[in-house]
Unconditional design. Sequence first.
Length: 334
Amino acid sequence: MASYPTCLSDLDHHKLNAVVAPGFVIETHFVSDTKKGLRRKEVTKVWKVQQRLGKGGSGEVRLEERTEEQAGEKDRRAVKRILTKSSNLKEYEQELKALLKFSKPKYKEQAVFVEFLGWFEDHDSVYLAMEYVPNGDLEDNIPPKGEPINELEIREIASQILKGLEFMHQEGFVHRDLKPKNVLVCRKQPEWWIKLADFGVSKRCTQNTAYRTTTGTPAYMAPEMLNCVPGMDPQNFEYTNAVDLWSLGCIIYRLASGVVPFPPGPSLSEYCKRELDFPPHPLALSSIGAQFVRHLLEPYPTIRPTAQGALGHLWMRIGKLVLYVPYTGWKPKC
């Protein structure tokens, strides 16, 4: 396996004793139970590859299901295969570091990150096993035809995303590709339960350092990542975890209007230069909710709230007592 710059004990703890064969994976581990008098009983799990869930230039994500009788109800997992010779292997080193970090008990109990089940390898690939979420991602669950989601539900989704971002930022991680496709839906409306996933382009830095590499999905990327902030030197630009707050603002806007605020094109640059008013699409939000989105979509990253600060915003704290007043248009302060 590639040399991962992370804690070896964590790597060893999460490594699965598995043999990869065409179409299936044989996994072996030992079970001890003092009540049943069992000491290191060898247990074998057979995982059959069911279908491909996604594919990229450096690998694929596939659905695996246990086939042996003792599995009982369907036991399924999502497994990401990464070719070790891939030019994108560095991205998956970052993903493994994030998965290891947020699999620790204090984060696992918060239930805001996809559960990491372990990793294994063969002669040409590394495999990351994660929980399978049959409801898909937030993109799959956005109503058709641009219909907005109820404000209370939007706020619940946003609060869970923010909690995940708060933990990530406290540990020095930045997601960098936050979008509906990377938010898994464990439970659908009206009582949403979501988890953050796909840490492939997440990155960790030490205090007082910043990021320079442009990565992510354009419709959800912060203006500083696209050199759109007035006065920013394109040759020496750098950005911080504030990029994740901008992406969250785009997600909320999408949920409340059915469209992204700044599709690829000149509108983002014009908005940042104050040449264009805030996108005019009606938002299915109260005035305080619309104000919250405006704070997140602040062109200057130093003015955007932190994840912790956003969780303390009035819109997040007023609970179900919010007075719903549809907001149809407003302009940013210049």
